[in-house]
Design a protein around this ligand. Structure first.
Ligand SMILES: Nc1ncnc2c1ncn2[C@@H]1O[C@H](COP(=O)(O)OP(=O)(O)OP(=O)(O)O)[C@@H](O)[C@H]1O
Ligand SMILES: [Mg+2]
Length: 618
C-alpha cells in the first residue's frame, strides 16, 4: 500500500541542530581515527615536556656559570640549547603531521558520507538547496570544519601540555607566588564566556551569509547567458556586491569579537603577572632567592603567556568549526528517498496500472494528479497530451517515485511499485525527460552512462544512429570519444535532445518514456527518431508526452489531461470522432500548419476582441 509519505509532512522550519549535538557528531567522526590523535598527543606531550627544561637549564647555566665558575665544558651550552630546540621541533613536526593525517582521513569520511546523502536524498532537497550550496557543503564544509578543529586541537594539546608543564615547574620553584598568579583566573573565565556567546551568534550569521553568496555565484555561473541577454551584468554585480559586503561585515564582526579575547585576557593576566614580578623582585632583593631562581621563574612565567593566549583564542575557531559542521550535518540528515520496498523484480513485461492515483506537491494549492486511473498493457503505446501544467510529467515522476503518492496506487506487472526496492523499480524504465541533463564527458560515456558492463561501442553507434545523431558525431574530432562540455554545452539544443534519446535507447528497459523528447528537433530528425521509436512498438511499453500532436497520432491510446485528471482517452480516430478537447486541439494545430510552434496565433484567433493582456505593461 502507498506509504503516507514524507511529501505531506513539511519539515521546513526545523530547529537548527544544537551546537553540542554538532560537536558530538563531529566527535563520532574523529573517534575511528583515535590512533592518530593518540600518537600526535604523545608527540605533543613530549614536545611540551621539553618546554620547562629550557628555563630550568637557564637557571642551571646562569647559577653555575655566573656565580660558581664554570663546572662544565663551554661547548655544552650551544649543544644543549640547539639540541633542546631540535628535539622540540622534531616532536612538534611529528605531532602536527600525525594530527593532519587524522584530519584528512576524517574529512574524507565526511565527504563520502555527504555525497552518499546527496545521492540518496529525497527530491525535495533539490528544490531547497542550489547545486552551489551542495558543492560547498560537500567540498568545503568538512575541510573547513575538521581542519580548523584539528589545528585547534593541536593548539589545545600543545598549549595545554606546555602550560601544565610550565605551571608544574613554577609550583616547584615557588608555589606561593604561583598560586597568587591564579587569582585572576575566574575573572578570565567570565570574560571569555561572554565573548563566546557572541561569537556563536555572529558565526552562524556569517555562515548563512556565505551560503547566500555561494547562491549568487551559482546563479551567475549557470544562467550566464540569460544574464548577458538581459544585459543584467550591472544588476548581478550589484546583487553580488551587496551579499559580499554583507559577508565581509559579518566576517569583520566575527574578527572583532574574537580579536577582543586576546587583549582582554592579556590585561587580566597582566594583573597577575605584575603582582608576581613585584613580589619576586622583593624576594630576590631580600636574598631569599638566587638570581637564577628569579630569572628562571620569570622566564617560565612569561613562557606561560603564549600558550595561555592561544588557549583563550580557541573559542572562535571551535564555534566556527561547529557551525560549519552543523551545516554539513544538516545535508547529511536530509531525509533519504523513502525506499521501504522489499521486493526485487529482475525482469518486467512493462504492464502498468494506475488506480485512483493522487499526487499533491508540498505547498501547491491543488493536486498535480487526482483520481488518475489508467491501465497500460505490456507493449502498448500511450500518449499524454494536454495543457502545460496539466500533470503529464508528474505521471512520469510518480511512476519513478520521484513524486510521492498521496492516495491510490500504481502497479508494475501487478506489483505495487511501493513494494519494490527503488533500484529494482527504476531499472525497468528508460526516460528522456523534459529537462535534458548531460554529463561532462565524451559522447560515448554519455550514451553508455553508468553501465555496469562498460561501453559497448557498437551498441553506442547503433543508438546514435537510431537517434539520428551519428552523422554529426562521426564528424566530431574524436568521434564518439569527443567531449561535449558541461551539460553538453558544445552541442545544439536538438543534438542534446538526441543524445539523451540515444542514452535512453542504450538502456534495455521494459518501459520507455519520452517526455517532450523531440520538441527541439527539425522535421527530418524527428522523422528518423519517430521511426526508431516506432520500431520499439509492441516490444516495449511506450509512454509519449508531446505538445506537437502529429508525433503521437499513432499511439494506441491517447490520454488528454487537464488539472491532473484524464478527461478524454481513446485512439486518434475515436477522439476525433468524439469531437471533444483533443479534436479541438488537433484543429487548432492543423489550422495554421505548425500551430504549436506559434501558439500566439492560436491564442489571438480564439480571443479576437480582447486586447493584449500585457498591453498596459508595454
Ligand atoms: N516539484 C514540484 N513542486 C511543486 N509543484 C510542482 C512540482 N513539479 C510540478 N509541480 C506542479 O504540478 C503541476 C503539474 O506539473 P507537470 O510538470 O506535471 O506539468 P506538465 O503537464 O508536464 O506540463 P508541461 O507540459 O509544461 O511540461 C504544475 O502545476 C506544476 O506547477
Ligand atoms: Mg512536463
Amino acid at each position: 500500500m502507498a506509504e503516507p509519505n514524507t511529501e505531506q509532512a513539511p519539515q521546513a522550519p526545523q530547529e537548527p541542530m544544537p551546537l553540542k549535538e554538532a560537536g558530538r557528531r563531529l566527535l563520532s567522526y574523529l573517534q575511528p581515527h583515535w590512533k592518530y590523535w593518540a600518537i600526535s598527543f604523545l608527540f605533543f606531550t613530549f614536545g611540551a615536556a621539553v618546554e620547562p627544561i629550557i628555563p630550568a637549564l637557564f637557571k642551571k647555566l646562569i647559577d653555575s656559570g655566573f656565580q660558581e665558575g664554570l663546572k662544565y665544558p663551554i661547548w655544552i651550552v650551544p649543544v644543549v640549547i640547539i639540541g633542546l630546540f631540535l628535539a622540540r621541533g622534531t616532536l612538534n613536526f611529528c605531532g602536527t603531521y600525525t594530527m593532519r593525517y587524522g584530519v584528512t582521513a576524517v574529512v574524507l569520511d565526511m565527504r563520502k558520507d555527504l555525497m552518499r546523502a546527496l545521492l540518496r536524498a529525497d527530491a525535495r532537497l533539490f528544490s531547497q538547496i542550489s547545486p552551489g550550496i551542495a558543492v560547498n557543503k560537500i567540498i568545503n564544509d568538512p575541510h573547513n570544519s575538521v581542519d580548523v578543529m584539528g589545528s585547534t586541537a593541536i593548539s589545545i594539546v600543545k598549549d595545554a601540555m606546555s602550560l601544565i608543564a610550565l605551571v608544574g615547574y613554577l609550583l616547584y620553584l615557588n608555589w606561593q607566588l604561583t598560586l597568587i598568579s591564579f587569582v585572576s583566573m575566574p575573572l578570565l573565565a567570565v570574560t571569555i564566556k561572554q565573548v563566546q556567546k557572541r561569537l556563536r551568534m555572529v558565526g552562524q550569521a556569517q555562515y548563512e551569509s556565505q551560503q547566500r553568496l555561494v547562491n549568487t555565484v551559482d546563479d551567475n555561473a549557470r544562467a550566464w547567458r540569460v544574464v548577458r541577454t538581459f544585459d543584467a551584468a550591472a544588476f548581478e554585480q550589484q546583487r553580488f556586491d551587496q551579499e559580499a559586503t554583507q559577508y565581509r561585515r559579518w566576517t569583520l564582526k566575527q574578527t572583532t569579537t574574537s580579536a577582543l579575547i586576546t587583549p582582554m585576557t592579556q590585561v587580566v593576566a597582566a594583573f597577575g603577572v605584575s603582582i608576581i614580578i613585584t613580589l619576586a623582585i622583593l624576594q630576590a632583593s631580600k636574598g631569599a632567592s638566587t638570581v637564577g631562581d628569579f630569572v628562571s621563574f620569570v622566564t617560565a612565567l612569561l613562557m606561560t603567556i603564549s600558550p595561555m593566549r592561544h588557549l583563550t583564542d580557541v573559542a572562535q575557531p571551535i564555534a566556527g568549526s561547529l557551525i560549519t559542521a552543523r551545516g554539513a550535518f544538516e545535508l547529511m540528515d536530509s531525509p533519504a528517498e523513502p525506499d521501504h520496498g522489499t521486493k526485487e523484480m529482475t525482469t518486467s513485461r512493462g504492464e502498468l496500472t494506475f488506480e485512483r492515483a493522487e499526487v499533491h506537491y508540498e505547498g501547491a494549492p491543488t493536486p498535480a494528479l487526482q483520481d488518475f486511473s489508467l491501465h497500460i498493457p505490456a507493449g502498448q503505446t500511450v500518449a499524454f497530451v494536454g495543457a502545460s501544467g496539466a500533470g503529464k510529467s508528474t505521471v512520469v515522476s510518480t511512476l519513478l517515485r520521484f513524486a510521492h503518492l498521496k492516495g491510490g496506487r500504481i502497479t508494475l506487472d501487478g506489483v505495487d511499485i511501493e513494494d519494490l526496492k527503488l533500484a529494482s523499480l527504476r531499472r525497468h524504465f528508460a526516460v528522456v525527460s523534459q529537462d535534458i541533463v548531460l554529463f561532462d564527458g565524451s559522447v560515448a560515456q554519455n550514451v553508455a552512462y553508468a553501465h555496469p558492463s562498460g561501453i559497448d561501442r557498437a551498441k553506442v553507434e547503433q543508438c546514435l544512429r537510431a537517434a539520428n545523431l551519428w552523422q554529426h558525431v562521426s564528424t566530431m574530432a574524436d568521434g564518439m570519444d569527443t567531449g561535449i562540455g558541461t551539460n553538453g554545452s558544445k552541442l545544439s539544443g536538438g543534438q542534446r535532445q538526441r543524445l539523451a534519446i540515444a542514452r535512453a535507447l542504450y538502456r534495455d528497459a521494459a518501459v520507455w518514456i519520452f517526455d517532450e523528447a523531440t520538441s527541439a528537433l527539425d522535421s527530418e530528425s524527428e522523422a528518423v527518431v519517430q521511426q526508431s521509436i516506432e520500431n520499439l512498438r509492441h516490444s516495449k511499453t511506450l509512454i509519449l508526452i508531446a505538445h506537437r500532436l502529429s508525433t503521437i497520432r499513432n499511439a494506441d491510446v491517447i490520454c488528454v489531461m487537464a488539472e491532473g485528471r484524464i478527461i478524454e482517452q481513446g485512439s486518434h480516430q475515436s477522439l476525433i470522432a468524439r469531437n471533444g478537447t483533443y479534436a479541438n486541439l488537433v484543429r487548432i494545430q492543423s489550422a495554421d500548419g505548425p500551430g504549436e510552434q506559434n501558439p500566439a496565433a492560436a491564442d489571438t484567433a480564439s480571443s479576437q476582441p480582447a486586447e493584449h493582456p500585457l498591453k498596459k505593461y508595454l
